[in-house]
Design a protein around this ligand. Structure first.
Ligand SMILES: Nc1ncnc2c1ncn2[C@@H]1O[C@H](COP(=O)(O)OP(=O)(O)O[C@H]2O[C@H](CO)[C@@H](O)[C@H](O)[C@H]2O)[C@@H](O)[C@H]1O
Length: 809
């Protein structure tokens, strides 16, 4: 029981593909009437462009090159009807990727927009009231708000001015050894498999010598994404560079340039497209191209016809089902409410459904020229572009592995490619002898309605590159960037001396420079991204409030405060194809069953029995079954459950915990399973099927997170009639209204400090209600399941943000 079953990635993948469009992009999508997203108040048309754009002309390194302009005839065509993308009901995309409008989107994607707002809504989730004063009476020290040294120091800044938003842990009752931090920053496991870089013969030999820079005294944050505050505490005194390791810092580069070298690529071969006879002359381009697509296209005009179509490019370091770590996960379901969107992610492994586009380019990242290839998949109306580079290759399963500098180099490359990818389509089209002003389905892609959505620090450089490379040079003036904060605890901190890694103009350093007592003087990627992004979204309003506090801002609170005007808090939705007890594929075998609100009692009883059987627990319906699912780190507070275990063991309950992460916490799970084998199971590993089955089979889901920007598991739990007991923080507070026995309202139980005694108190009331007041219990379940937790509501709010970004100058 201690080891997870084989990766569930394959099953998740099958799930995603099952909804894919057979035949991919060549199938003319059906139109949907009245179900489309329209932006009648859209931006003014972009400036006119040169009739043809060649890659070199749009390169930011070419200061003299005029930005491409649209032709008059293109404008006319752009107002023609645009066929719309087929309705997209796709799976989830997770944080950290790169967006790229692919050629395919321009040339042969006939998008039908799906407006999700027409869906049947049950009871719309409401964003909560302001959380001020609801976080308990944490001492001004805010000590160890996140349980670690970093937060301790952050907390020390409070000076009692702002109350702690998350309670200080009590005197430790943890009986386990401290984590072995040395193992957290893992060496690159695949060094012998794939070279870290591919340097063309002509490229300069790098990295440069150490003489160019003076290394600061210590690394502010590990930023390995395992970067618990404790880890930082261990590392903060460490030297930046290990002895004997050459300083990989590149010399300052003069004017920034993507430095992309094009390679021959047979687009027609890739897409199986029969090129029309006349595509050489500009005069014939538009007509020919338009005509050539007609047979793929339903030419019925739709509400999205014209320039009001929004093109969204989602940039993420993780994308389910291809790569999912369970950390820093972003569900970007909102994109399917938009007209046209693409997702760009690194290609960490061999993804069967993605095909090599045959494009080879070289980008400079951290002073090295790196070869980049592009893979592509078109699934259910969405273009996925996978960035293939030696830095990413073979990282599946360890996508945040390597030391801080390696991770940073990957993300620099990733963001550069993402921004460049906006030009990818131009290249493709140019290879077809078709200028980018050729309308696809009646509308040009261009940059007029283009919005990047970057996620977390991994892609926070994207807004910076967009500005430095393009907008500062008069290009992409109408393109906007939105940066989503999923977890501000990881920021991409590094020594100021590493700034030249990023190939930015010197004056951009000021946007990165940050001083705080935790990190000292350092360069902070998230800080620069937050400043440069046109709009910022946090994944709940409660978290937004917390980010403005000294305790919750992790050193970026001042930047958050001063940019408050452009930040919105929007709670994530959930993917109802994946997380829906009625259709959940993981409940179709082994005695589990699908169920709905109507069949809740019977269905849940059966799932609970199946879970008890599968895990070797006594099959008893009368025993409350408590679940926990999550990363095993300081954030998720599983140690608080551990601290409460002596009490739990006497409560006549069963406890099932699933997670992976810190070795000491993994050992804790296994220890409790051994100690209380008749009632506790600790499953160490990452198992999507088991996560679904626990969510369905448990009566109660515990989430004692010390901080939780949004939280997804509590949303899943409520959708499955499983009652959440949560620390009222961030998104948990926003989404779990506490049960009020007098008004018979509420969705679960909350506690105001991340402490075992508080958890015990809340859980005590919960168990009491479970045992003595079945009708109240059923009411809580019913209210939870009746909510509209889908992306529909979030999509509306995201749309508002995108529109605000569009009109922002
Ligand atoms: N061992 C395991 N086996 C199977 N599944 C597992 C698992 N461990 C975790 N998961 C699953 O992975 C997902 C993790 O979601 P979280 O919201 O907890 O992620 P995380 O905290 O990294 O995300 C950050 O971003 C998200 C998205 O914005 C915010 O909700 C969140 O607060 C913020 O910290 C959940 O669906 C969970 O069930």
């Amino acid at each position: 029981m201690s080891s997870a079953p084989a990766s569930s990635a394959s099953s998740a993948f099958i799930l995603a593909l099952s909804s894919a469009t057979p035949g991919g992009r060549w199938r003319a999508p059906p139109f949907r009437t009245g179900a489309n997203l329209n932006f009648p108040f859209w931006a003014p048309p972009p400036p006119r462009r040169a009739p043809r754009v060649v890659r070199a002309e749009v390169g930011p390194g070419d200061q003299d090159a005029a930005p491409p302009e649209r032709r008059a005839d293109a404008d006319a065509i752009s107002r023609q009807p645009r066929a719309r993308r087929k309705a997209v009901s796709w799976s989830t995309v997770h944080a950290g990727g790169l967006p790229v409008p692919s050629i395919l989107d321009h040339c042969c994607l006939f998008s039908e927009n799906r407006r999700v707002l027409d869906r049947v809504q049950v009871s719309k989730r409401r964003d909560p009231v302001q959380p001020v004063g609801r976080y308990g009476s944490g001492s001004g020290t805010g000590s160890a708000a996140r349980g670690g040294a970093a937060s301790v120091q952050n907390g020390a800044l409070a000076g009692g001015e702002i109350k702690s938003i998350v309670a200080a842990p009590p005197a430790s009752i943890v009986k386990f050894p401290a984590p072995v931090y040395a193992t957290v920053i893992l060496p690159t496991e695949d060094d012998d498999v794939a070279p870290s870089t591919v340097v063309p013969d002509s490229s300069p030999s790098l990295p440069p010598s150490e003489e160019d820079f003076v290394a600061p005294a210590y690394v502010p944050y590990p930023d390995t994404d395992d970067g618990d505050a404790e880890l930082f505490a261990e590392k903060k005194g460490a030297q930046i560079y290990e002895e004997g390791v050459p300083n990989p810092i590149a010399p300052p580069t003069p004017p920034p340039s993507p430095e992309v070298q094009e390679a021959e690529w047979d687009f027609k071969k890739y897409i199986g497209f029969d090129e029309p006879a006349e595509t050489e002359s500009d005069a014939g381009v538009d007509a020919d191209a338009a005509g050539s697509f007609e047979h793929y296209e339903n030419n019925d005009p739709g509400p999205l016809a014209g320039e009001n179509v929004m093109n969204v490019i989602v940039v993420a370091a993780e994308c389910s089902p291809w790569c999912k770590t369970g950390k820093n996960i972003t569900v970007c379901g909102f994109f399917w409410s938009c007209c046209s969107f693409q997702v760009v992610v690194p290609r960490y492994g061999d993804y069967a459904e993605a095909f090599d586009m045959g494009i080879r380019k070289y980008y400079k990242a951290a002073g090295q020229d790196l070869e980049v290839n592009y893979f592509h998949a078109f699934i259910d109306g969405v273009d996925f572009v996978f960035i293939d580079a030696p830095l990413f290759r073979h990282r599946q399963g360890d996508i945040y592995g390597g030391n801080r500098q390696e991770i940073m180099k990957r993300m620099i490359l990733f963001c550069k490619v993402a921004v460049e990818n906006t030009g990818l389509s131009v290249v493709f089209l140019h290879n077809l002898q078709v200028p980018w002003v050729v309308p696809c389905g009646g509308v040009c892609y261009g940059d007029g309605n283009l919005v990047f959505i970057a996620n977390d620090w991994h892609t926070a450089l994207l807004p910076v590159y967009l500005k430095a490379y393009y907008r500062d040079n008069g290009m992409m003036q109408y393109t906007r960037s939105v940066l989503v904060i999923h977890n501000i605890a990881h920021q991409g901190r590094g020594p100021v001396a590493e700034f030249p890694y990023m190939d930015l103009p010197e004056h951009y350093l000021q946007h990165f420079e940050l001083y705080d007592p935790v990190g000292g003087e350092h360069a902070n990627i998230f800080a620069a991204g937050l400043k440069m992004a046109d709009r910022v979204v946090t994944v709940s309003r409660g978290y937004l409030w917390e980010l403005k506090t000294v305790e919750g801002g992790w050193g970026l609170h001042d930047i958050i405060r001063s940019n408050d005007w452009k930040i919105n808090g929007i709670v994530n939705g959930i993917d109802h194809q994946e997380w829906n007890p009625e259709v959940d594929v993981h409940l179709r075998s082994d005695g589990y069953t699908n169920y709905s609100l109507r069949t809740l009692d019977e269905g849940k009883r059966q799932c609970k029995a199946a879970l008890q059987r599968e895990l070797g627990l006594e099959v008893r319906d009368d025993v409350p079954l408590l679940g926990f699912i999550g990363r095993l780190d300081g954030q998720k507070g599983v140690d608080i459950i551990g601290d409460a275990m002596p009490w739990l063991a006497g409560q006549g309950v069963q406890v099932v915990m699933l997670g992976a992460g810190r070795p000491d916490l993994e050992q804790m799970l296994q220890h409790f399973e051994r100690m209380h084998h008749d009632k506790v199971r600790g499953w160490v590993g990452f198992s999507v099927p088991m996560a679904h089955r626990i969510t369905a089979g448990a009566d109660v889901l515990l989430m004692p997170s010390r901080f939780e920007p949004c939280g997804l598991n509590q949303l899943y739990a409520m959708a499955y009639g499983t009652v959440p007991v949560v620390h009222a923080v961030g998104g948990l507070r926003d989404t779990v209204a506490p049960f009020d026995p007098f008004g018979d309202e509420g969705l679960g139980w909350t506690f105001d400090r991340a402490e075992p005694n508080k958890l015990i108190e809340a859980l005590g009331h919960c168990l009491d209600t479970y045992r003595k007041y079945p009708e109240s219990w059923k009411g809580i379940q019913t209210r939870g399941m009746s909510q509209d937790l889908s992306w529909d509501h979030a999509a509306e709010l995201y749309e508002e943000v995108l529109v605000k970004a569009k009109y922002q100058w």
